[in-house]
Unconditional design. Structure first.
Lengths: 94, 252
């Protein structure tokens, strides 16, 4: 029987100033291997300057069954959107 | 030997180490235990082949008779290859490959560092580029040695056996021949005795952390640097050179 290594989720910061984004996942036997596997799988073409990995089973996720209670109440609350400001041209990455 | 021919011979030998190891690692493609390891190994292999291309191209330039990287890689007979015996050793099981990588890369890293300080700009520039790759390769291979050595009873036993088996190919890395001596005298090249001390310290640290024992056998094989290879090398070369030897000048 083949024993699968645990799954890790990979987050990559593509350049300084931006936040890490989910890039995909890798299998690895330990944390250190997860980091190197992520480097070798997802940053071969200079995609990143920083990597986070976290075991997939350590992530707490919302339940799709509860999505209406979780997300729908925000739908009709337009006053929560900051659309009443003018964004200065100098502000980047917003 | 003129300085140019000396440099050509030295660069070509560095190219041989990189190419032969790269070729060995390519043999592992489609044979890795996990997809991620497969991808890592293939990347590293291409790093080495890339280094070989740079060294050969530079050797051809120093030599000045119009040989290019392909002439060095594909059109030379076995005895003109001057790579270390260690890098031509077969992949064996995963522990064998891991030990070969650790032993070679921990030496190669120090050699490249020394080469960045040599007086020949062509070589020092290639060395500076290669260092970054090799530093990462060594990190990868050392981690595997720790996992295997400090893993299960069986992985420990088997990787200790790999270490004991391959140990005899390490002596060659530190015994200077005429080319090493001249390289050192004329171009401020690497001092192999100093590198041996650094290497021994590094390897001992990794081996002990992996709960393994440093082998104590003293007998060392040699000959690679003079073009006398182990029986495995002919097969590697035959496979690698087959296409160019059968269809000379064939292009992609």
């Amino acid at each position: 029987m083949k024993q699968e290594w645990p799954l890790y989720e990979v987050f990559i910061r593509s350049r300084s100033g931006l936040s890490h984004r989910h890039a995909g996942s890798v299998h690895a036997a330990d944390d250190e291997m997860a980091l190197t596997n992520a480097r070798d799988t997802y940053t071969r073409r200079k995609e990143g300057v920083s990597i986070w990995v976290v075991r997939s089973d350590k992530i707490v996720a919302s339940d799709p069954e509860e999505s209406s209670a979780f997300f729908e109440p925000a739908e009709d609350k337009i006053y929560r959107h900051p659309t009443f400001y003018e964004i200065p041209d100098e502000v980047e990455n917003l | 030997m003129s300085d140019n021919l000396l440099m050509a011979a030295y660069a070509s030998r560095l190219g041989d180490n990189a190419l032969v190891l790269g070729q060995r690692m390519i043999e592992l493609v489609a044979a890795s235990p996990e997809l991620e390891e497969e991808l890592a190994n293939a990347n590293f292999s291409l790093d080495y082949i890339g280094q070989a291309r740079m060294f050969y191209t530079y050797a051809g330039k120093c030599e000045g008779v119009g040989r290019d990287e392909d002439d060095f890689a594909f059109l030379r007979p076995e005895h003109e290859y001057r790579n270390l015996l260690l890098v031509e050793q077969p992949n064996g099981h995963f522990g064998d490959s891991t030990v070969r990588q650790v032993l070679f890369e921990s030496w190669y890293l120090h050699l490249l560092e020394a080469l960045t300080r040599c007086s020949d700009e062509g070589i020092s520039e290639i060395a500076a580029r290669a260092i970054k790759e090799v530093r990462y390769h060594l990190r990868h291979s050392s981690q595997w040695l720790l996992r295997l050595g400090d893993g299960t009873e069986e992985s420990h036993r088997r990787v200790q056996q790999s270490l004991d088996n391959l140990w005899k190919f390490t002596g060659e890395m530190f015994s200077p021949d005429d080319l090493d001596d001249e390289m050192r005298a004329i171009f401020n090249g690497p001092h192999l005795e100093i590198i041996e001390a650094q290497w021994r310290e590094d390897v001992r640290a990794i081996v002990e952390q992996a709960t393994l024992k440093m082998p104590d056998n003293q007998w060392m094989a040699s000959g690679g640097k003079q073009g006398r290879h182990t029986e495995h090398f002919g097969y590697l070369l035959a496979e690698m050179q087959h296409l160019q030897q059968t269809y000379p000048g064939a292009t992609w």
